[in-house]
Design a protein around this ligand. Structure first.
Ligand code: CFM
Length: 546
């Protein structure tokens, strides 16, 4: 069934928005932005321009390659010492600003997440090279903490002056010995058009340096799965771990929320990979399928209904009646509280309008929760998604490789000679597909959104203000960079990167939290009362307070 935009905004209005905004830009810029602002058609998603360089001067919300590698993918693992090789500022901005949480099993277990390790490069290191300083930093970190692994992350100057972090890693691994694992990432901030390049570089590094080093079958439950692309923001992983455990499913590794080195090393012993944020980690799923024969499916445990769907997919995959029954029992049990909370919130949220502009997958996934609240998503887009995140994985072969994507190392993965073990035969996979199970694929955001809604890639600040001015959504979802500008316009902003100190929002309990939070912020009249001083007074006077 095709959804229609069911409230005051007509398709013509949205068209008008595009004309008005583009009209303000210089010709060349307008031509470029034109390809990134589209009226949606869920049946035949139009081709969007994505993952290309931002026009200089447009205020973008994107981050850098280093942020994607160090901050996003490796950041949530608690027992690796992550050293930023670069000036101190880069280290600071990747230091726990993302709210990824972790819970060591005992009080004495290693947890380095609250530390910020940096080589603090100075002028002299930029001129004469920083490799010696990096070696010294590794020695110091080892003497202080004796970690099992140290990772080195390159910032922009490292690439410019040519420090070889991989050579230093090899050298220090030998010097320290003691079974330590040391590896580097060439994830200089400028290497790609956004943090998305950093995800890819991190995935390659995980595969080369960690996955598959520990063959022991851990855990005593027979249904063994990994969850890829879950980063434990606001405790999401804790809620999902609770749900899996309740169903009797053994979560071998999460990449990388609440994770440890051992979980990565052991991940290849699982029998199913589930990909949550495909943007940041679909590469690992593919590599593990090629090397070890583990099939992967896309899941979206954001929203209670889609969490139930994920669990049913696991049941279907393993095909064991005992597991299927247990899963149904858990869903029935969890849905009691979910339905009560939803019904309560729905009375107020039904018919309200949302806009979502977040990262590379949440602008899509969180639409589930808004649907559960009876709300329409009028406009949405990613900061750094690729075309497949919008149009679906089927378009990948048609995406043109440009100079920016060539800048990222492609690693060749082949079948692991001794450990390749297809978890399902060709026939079994075909039978599951015939039952409606999809392997190696995902739909993009466009097929889920209503016809005529606006899809915008790498939304600029100017476009954001225009959207709000014209359509006054009841809630705008984005991050800290947008938050206060939007709220000053009288519209509440829900941060979907950090959850505004709230969460979890994943799984069943997460859905309940989300319903409550959205009901609270989107259904109050306080925002409409807000006036900036210059809106009510002709002359504003103020005094400095010392
Ligand atoms: Fe994946 Fe993420 Fe996202 Fe992302 Fe991110 Fe994030 Fe995000 Mo902020 S990995 S693409 S680089 S779901 S940090 S946990 S919230 S932009 S939508």
């Amino acid at each position: 069934m095709i959804k229609e935009v069911n409230n005051s905004v007509s398709v013509d209005d949205l068209k008008k928005f595009k004309e008005e905004v583009l009209h303000k830009y210089p010709k060349k810029v307008a031509k470029k932005r034109d390809k990134a602002i589209l009226l949606n058609d869920p049946e035949t998603p139009p081709q969007i321009q994505a993952n290309v360089r931002t026009v200089p001067g447009i205020i973008t919300q994107r981050g850098c390659t280093y942020a994607g590698c160090k901050g996003v993918v490796l950041g949530p693992t608690r027992d690796i010492i992550n050293i930023t090789h670069g000036p101190i500022g880069c280290g600071f901005y990747s230091w726990l600003t993302r709210r990824n949480q972790t819970k060591p099993e005992t009080e004495t277990d290693e947890n380095f997440m609250m530390y910020c390790f940096s080589t603090d490069m100075q002028d002299s290191n930029i001129v004469f090279g920083g490799e010696e300083k990096l070696k010294q930093a590794i020695r110091e970190a080892y003497e202080l903490f004796h970690p099992k692994a140290i990772a080195i992350f390159s910032t922009c100057p490292v690439g410019l002056i040519g420090d070889d972090v991989h050579r230093v890693a090899r050298h220090m691994k030998e010097e320290i010995g003691d079974g330590i694992n040391i590896f580097g990432f060439s994830c200089e901030g400028y290497r790609g058009v956004s943090q998305s390049a950093g995800h890819h570089i991190a995935n390659n590094g995980l595969f080369k340096n960690l996955i598959g080093r520990d063959d022991e079958k851990r855990g005593d439950l027979k249904y063994r799965v990994n969850l890829l692309g879950e980063y434990n923001i606001g405790g999401d992983a804790f809620e999902l771990e609770r749900v899996f455990e309740k169903c009797g499913i053994n979560l071998i590794a999460t990449f990388s929320g609440n994770s440890t080195i051992q979980k990565f090393e052991n991940a290849h012993t699982a029998d199913l990979n589930m990909v949550m944020c495909h943007r940041s980690i679909n590469y690992v799923a593919e590599m593990m399928e090629t090397a070890f024969g583990i099939p992967w499916i896309k899941v979206q445990p954001i929203g209670a209904d889609s969490t139930a769907k994920m669990l049913r997919k696991i049941g279907q995959y393993f095909g064991d009646q005992e597991l299927i029954d247990k899963i149904e029992e858990v869903i029935a049990d969890e849905m009691v509280a979910v339905t009560a909370a939803r019904e309560k919130a729905l009375k107020k949220t039904n018919g309200k309008k949302a806009m979502l502009f977040v990262g590379g997958s949440r602008a899509h996934h969180y639409q589930n929760l808004f649907e559960e609240l009876g709300m329409t998503t009028l406009s949405a887009g990613y900061e750094f998604g690729h075309r497949d995140d919008y149009e679906g994985r089927v378009v990948i072969p048609t995406i043109q490789i440009d100079a920016d994507s060539r800048n990222i190392e492609e690693i060749t993965v082949t079948k692991d000679e001794t450990r390749y073990n297809p978890r399902k035969t060709e026939e079994e996979l075909k039978a599951l597909e015939a039952e409606g199970m999809e392997f190696n694929g995902y739909e993009g955001l466009m097929p889920q959104m209503a016809k005529g809604t606006l899809v915008i890639d790498d939304l600029s600040h100017y476009e954001m203000e225009k959207l709000i001015e014209l359509y006054k959504p009841d809630v705008f979802c984005a991050g800290i960079k947008e938050k206060f500008c939007v709220q000053k316009m009288g519209v509440p902003l829900k941060q979907l990167h950090s959850y505004d100190y709230g969460g979890p929002y994943a799984g069943f309990k997460g859905a309940i939290n989300f319903y409550e939070d959205i009901e609270m912020i989107a259904c109050t009249t306080i925002w409409k009362e807000l006036k900036a001083p210059w809106e009510s007074e002709t002359y504003v006077e103020a005094q400095y307070a010392y």
